[in-house]
Write a protein that binds this ligand. Sequence first.
Ligand code: ZN
Length: 89
Amino acid sequence: MSERDKFQCPVCLGFTLNDPYEPLSYDICPQCFVEFGYEDSIPLNDWNTRRDEALAERHAELREQWIAAGRPYGDDGWVLSRRPAPAAE
Ligand SMILES: [Zn+2]
């Protein structure tokens, strides 16, 4: 699969996804490392009333965090709080 067959990540905006973005796919973007349905989860009330808007806001927030962290890439870069730092060898 070439780059141009891929789909855009709503967080880092890279064309990194093998399948189109789905809110609860539990796919993980290989560039910004966000897991959809986990890091981009939104309150249930927002989900029921203004899902697209709330998701867009959440993605923008995650994008800002990723950019502020220097656009770290992949496993040893973008470590959100739930991800333990790689064990020192
Ligand atoms: Zn991404």
